[in-house]
Ligand binder design. Structure first.
Ligand code: DGT
Ligand code: CA
Ligand code: CA
Length: 581
C-alpha cells in the first residue's frame, strides 16, 4: 500500500481529534491532534520525507505524533488512529463538519436519538423528533437546518483553490506522455467556479485508448472508476477526474462542449440551429461538412462572435456582448501590481516582515500592504497600539535599508468593524496607518438593516480605504452576512473606498456576481490575497479569477494601478479628514 500524503495524515488526525473529543475524557489529546492537523495542513514542504526527529521539531508535534506521521507516510496506515476512530459508526464523525455541532451535542444526538450521521439527523429534524430535547430550542433547530443545507451545498465539491493545483499537476503529467498532443482542463474548473464537482479534462492523441490506459497508471491516481476507449474516470488526489480523448480536429469542439456551462452551450447550439448548422462535441457542421472544430476560437468566429473567455460562459449576457463586440477586457493576473492585504507574525501570519517583503519583491510587486489585525481579533493576536508602534518602527527600518528597491512597504491594518460600525482603533491611530482595511469578524447575525448601517458607517470613516471580505462568508461553513449591496457599493463609490475581492479559497468574497454588482454601482475593487504565509500570496490568482467571472476590468481594481495613482488614492480621504478636523 502506498504511503499517506501530508493532507491525508492531517485529515486522519482531525478525525482522531473528533473521536477523542467525543470520548469526552481526552480533551488535551484531542486538542493536540487538532493542532497537529493544522500544522500539517499549513506546512509548505513535504513533511512525509522527514525523519521522526525532524518531525518532532515542527510546532505542536511531539515525539508521539511524529512517530505516527512517519508510520502513515511509510505504511499508508496509522493503527492507533484507526482503532480510536473505529469505535464510532462510520458517518458519526462527519457531523463535526456541520457548523454549530460540537462533541457534546453530537454525543447527545447519538446517545439519545441513535443518530449515526447526517442522514439520520436530517430525518430527525424532518420528523420533529428533536423538539423537546434539552438544548434544542426553536432557534437552535432552525440554525441547525441552515447549517445542514450549507454543508450539503458544498459536500462532495472541492474548493477551486484546492482543485486547481491538483488539476495542474495532472495536466503536466499528461503532457509528458509521449502520445499526448494537447491536454487541457475543461468544466467548472476552467470556468473558475468557486467549487468544483469533478474535473473534466480533454486530451488529443492518435492513440487515445492507449493514452487513457497510461493516465490510469499515473502516480497520484488512487482509483480507476471507469476505463474505456475514449473516456477514463479516475480519482486523483481526492478529486474525481473525467478524461476524454479526442482527435485533434475535434479538440476545440470537445473543449467547448465540456467546458460548459450547459446554459452557455445550449445558447450556442441554438444559434447554430438558426443557421441550419449543427454544433456538438465533434465540431460545427453544415450538413456533413465540418466548418470548425480544432479550436474554440474558430467555432466562435464561425458563429459570428468574439472568443468568449471561459469565466464568462454562464449565459449571463456574454453571448449578446460577444456578438456586439462589447465583451469586457477582463483583468488578467499580469495586471496586478501589488497587494494590500497580507499578514505577518505581528498578528496571525506565519512569516515575518522581512520574509513577506522579500516574497512580495520576488513577485515583482510595486507595493505591499502588511495589514495585521486590530486588537479585538484576540485569537488572531491583534495589535494593540503599543505593538503597532513596534511594527511601524520595523517597517521604517526596512524602508531605510532597502532604499528605492520596490516594493513600497505600507503599514496597513485589517481593522475590525465593531457591531455598531465604529472601528477598532481610534482615529489618531488610524491616521498613522498608510492603508486601513475595515472588516467584519464577529457579530455576523445582525439584521440586514443593522449590517447595512454598520458597513455604511465604516465606509464613512475618512481613513478607511478598503472593506475586506464584505460578506464574511466561509464557503461550506459560514453563510454570508446580509446587507444591501447596492447601497453599500454606492456609498463606497462616493467615498472612493474599494470593496475587496478576497482571494482566499474559502472566502472568494465578494463573489463573482456581487463583484459585478458592485462595479455596476460604481465602486472600485481591491483584490487581496489575505496571505498568512509567503506562499499564500498566490491567493491573488483565485481573486483575479473571481473578478473575471464578475466581468471586472483591470482599471476598476485599485491594486492594478501604478504607485503614483495608488498614492493619490490613499491620500485622498485623509486630506479630506484633515480639512474638516
Ligand atoms: P461540476 O463538475 O459540477 O463542478 O460542473 P461542470 O460544469 O464541470 O459540469 P459537468 O462535470 O457535469 O460537465 C462538464 C461540462 O460538460 C458541462 O459544463 C457542460 C457539459 N455537459 C455535461 N453534461 C451535459 C449535457 O447533458 N448537456 C450538455 N449540453 N452539456 C453537458
Ligand atoms: Ca466537472
Ligand atoms: Ca464531469
Amino acid at each position: 500500500m502506498a504511503g499517506m500524503g501530508r493532507q491525508q495524515i492531517a485529515a486522519l488526525f482531525e478525525q482522531m481529534s473528533h473521536a477523542l473529543a467525543l470520548d469526552g475524557n481526552d480533551h488535551f489529546r484531542a486538542l493536540a491532534y487538532e493542532k497537529a492537523a493544522r500544522t500539517l495542513r499549513g506546512w509548505e514542504e513535504d513533511v512525509t520525507q522527514l525523519s521522526v526527529e525532524r518531525l518532532a521539531e515542527l510546532p505542536g508535534i511531539g515525539h508521539d505524533l511524529a512517530a505516527k506521521i512517519a508510520e502513515g507516510a511509510e505504511t499508508g496506515r496509522i493503527h492507533a488512529c484507526e482503532r480510536e476512530i473505529g469505535k464510532y459508526p462510520g458517518a458519526l464523525l462527519g457531523l463535526f463538519e456541520i457548523r454549530g455541532l460540537g462533541p457534546k451535542t453530537i454525543a447527545l444526538l447519538h446517545r439519545r436519538h441513535g443518530v449515526t450521521g447526517v442522514d439520520d439527523l436530517r430525518r430527525l429534524l424532518a420528523s420533529g423528533g428533536l423538539v423537546g430535547t434539552p438544548g434544542f430550542g426553536e432557534a437552535k433547530i432552525a440554525s441547525l437546518r441552515e447549517a445542514i443545507q450549507s454543508w450539503a451545498g458544498s459536500a462532495g465539491r472541492m474548493l477551486l483553490g484546492e482543485a486547481l493545483p491538483k488539476a495542474e499537476a495532472l495536466l503536466s503529467e499528461l503532457r509528458k506522455l509521449a502520445e499526448v498532443e494537447q491536454a487541457e482542463a475543461a468544466g467548472s474548473l476552467r470556468r473558475g467556479v468557486e467549487t468544483v464537482g469533478d474535473l473534466d479534462v480533454v486530451v488529443t492523441s492518435r492513440h487515445g485508448e492507449g493514452v487513457l490506459a497510461q493516465a490510469a497508471r499515473l502516480k497520484g491516481v488512487s482509483e480507476v472508476l471507469a476505463l474505456g476507449p475514449t473516456r477514463a474516470s479516475l480519482l486523483f488526489g481526492g478529486l474525481q477526474v473525467d478524461i476524454r480523448a479526442v482527435a485533434a480536429a475535434a479538440f476545440g469542439a470537445a473543449l467547448l462542449y465540456f467546458t460548459g456551462s450547459k446554459a452557455h452551450n445550449t445558447r450556442l447550439r441554438g444559434l447554430a440551429r438558426q443557421r441550419k448548422w449543427k454544433l456538438n462535441e465533434y465540431g460545427l457542421f453544415r450538413g456533413a461538412r465540418r466548418l470548425a472544430g480544432a479550436s474554440e476560437a474558430e467555432i466562435y468566429r464561425e458563429l459570428g462572435m468574439a472568443f468568449i473567455p471561459p469565466e464568462l460562459r454562464e449565459d449571463r449576457g456574454e453571448i449578446e456582448a460577444a456578438v456586439a463586440g462589447r465583451l469586457p477586457r477582463l483583468i488578467a493576473p499580469g495586471d496586478v501590481r501589488g497587494d494590500f492585504h497580507a499578514h505577518t507574525t505581528y498578528s496571525d501570519g506565519r512569516a515575518d516582515v522581512a520574509a513577506m517583503v522579500a516574497a512580495a519583491e520576488a513577485r515583482g510587486y510595486a507595493y505591499v500592504g502588511l495589514s495585521d489585525h486590530s486588537p479585538s481579533a484576540r485569537i488572531a493576536h491583534g495589535l494593540e497600539p503599543e505593538r503597532l508602534r513596534r511594527k511601524q518602527a520595523e517597517l521604517e527600518a526596512a524602508r531605510r535599508t532597502r532604499g528605492d528597491r520596490p516594493p513600497r512597504i505600507l503599514l496597513g491594518s485589517e481593522v475590525d468593524i465593531l457591531p455598531d460600525g465604529r472601528l477598532d482603533y481610534p482615529d489618531d491611530v488610524l491616521a498613522e496607518l498608510d492603508v486601513v482595511i475595515a472588516a467584519v469578524h464577529a457579530n455576523f447575525k445582525q439584521s440586514r438593516e443593522q449590517m447595512t448601517q454598520r458597513l455604511l458607517r465604516a465606509i464613512a470613516n475618512p481613513y478607511v480605504r478598503i472593506v475586506a471580505h464584505p460578506t464574511a462568508r466561509l464557503i461550506g461553513s459560514r453563510p454570508p452576512v446580509d446587507f444591501d449591496l447596492e447601497r453599500v457599493a454606492g456609498a463606497a463609490a462616493q467615498a472612493g473606498v474599494a470593496l475587496e475581492v478576497n482571494g482566499s479559497p474559502q472566502r472568494l468574497d465578494l463573489n463573482d456576481s456581487m463583484a459585478r454588482a458592485a462595479r455596476a454601482a460604481g465602486a472600485w475593487l481591491a483584490i487581496g490575497s489575505d496571505a498568512h504565509s509567503t506562499a499564500q500570496y498566490d491567493n491573488m490568482r483565485f481573486g483575479v479569477i473571481q473578478a473575471r467571472r464578475g466581468w471586472v476590468e483591470a482599471d476598476a481594481v485599485v491594486n492594478t494601478w501604478p504607485w503614483s495613482r495608488v498614492e493619490q488614492w490613499l491620500a485622498m480621504r485623509r486630506q479630506a479628514a484633515r480639512a474638516t478636523a
